[in-house]
Design a protein around this ligand. Structure first.
Ligand SMILES: C[S@@+](CC[C@H](N)C(=O)[O-])C[C@H]1O[C@@H](n2cnc3c(N)ncnc32)[C@H](O)[C@@H]1O
Length: 239
């Protein structure tokens, strides 16, 4: 019976070629899931994030306090701290399991500048009231109510703060989502392939992101930067 329902749902997606957003669990707390994610090689997309960030803020070292939202195992928090040696980074995640991993893999010399914070946005209260840079990779698609992220940015951004956010965007069909998983994660453990697939279905479209930003009054750039990634960037100016 279950099988029949799954097949007919999939058939519906195929024939309409319109994929509605299907949420996945917000926090990544299953130790097996965290291990598979933390051990996977995300160097290519993470370096792509850094390249886009450098284009946005330049190489000069003017950032003193950065905030990384949904930092997971901390790879991007550390890449950023290494590239910007004067910056301090507060790296937030709602999953203690993820943060244990981040703490254990962060090089000692970065630990004075990278501080991992356990808490869930939007309710968390951060140790600083304002940040010069807010970054985030692959958090947006986890949020059941994405507007929470846009409002959170406004709450913690300093006047003139730069924002750089990368995420997956939702494919047009189940077939496309499966093809992307096959293309980029065929050799990864099954649990990671499953999570990747669910993340693609939970992701937003570029149009949905643009609409939310408009509603939030944020004049950000929304750019498709690969066959699966969107990069959202801009500056927050208080009037
Ligand atoms: C796909 S991982 C991305 C991790 C990391 N940014 C990276 O680039 O690899 C998403 C992370 O966001 C965290 N997360 C999801 N919802 C959150 C929330 N409301 N507040 C804080 N963290 C959240 C999850 O626990 C998970 O560690």
């Amino acid at each position: 019976m279950m099988k029949k329902i799954e097949i007919s749902l999939e058939h519906r997606y195929h024939s309409h070629r319109l994929l509605h957003r299907i949420l996945e669990p917000e926090l990544m707390e299953d130790p097996k899931q965290v291990q598979a994610y933390a051990q996977a090689d995300f160097s290519e997309p993470n370096e792509r994030f850094m390249q886009n960030l450098r284009t946005l803020i330049g190489k000069e070292d003017l950032i003193s306090h950065a905030l990384d939202l949904g930092c997971g195992p901390g790879d991007i928090s550390c890449r950023f701290a290494m590239g910007y040696p004067s910056a301090h980074v507060d790296a937030l995640d709602g999953s203690a399991v993820m943060l244990d991993y981040a703490e254990s893999t962060t090089p000692n010399d970065l630990k004075v500048r990278v501080r991992f914070i356990h808490g869930k946005l939007p309710t968390v209260s951060l140790p600083r009231s304002r940040y010069d840079l807010i970054i985030s990779n692959s958090l947006l698609h986890h949020l059941p109510e994405p507007q929470a992220l846009w409002q959170f940015l406004k709450r913690y951004a300093a006047n003139g703060a730069r924002v750089a956010i990368m995420d997956l965007f939702r494919p047009q069909s189940v077939r496309q989502a499966k093809d992307i998983v096959e293309m980029y994660a065929a050799s990864e453990p099954e649990i990671l392939q499953r999570d990747f697939y669910h993340s693609l279905l939970a992701a937003l479209t570029l149009e949905e992101i643009e609409k939310q930003l408009h509603e939030a009054g944020l004049n950000f750039d929304v750019a498709r930067i690969s066959d699966r990634h969107v990069f959202i960037s801009g500056t927050i100016i208080f009037k």
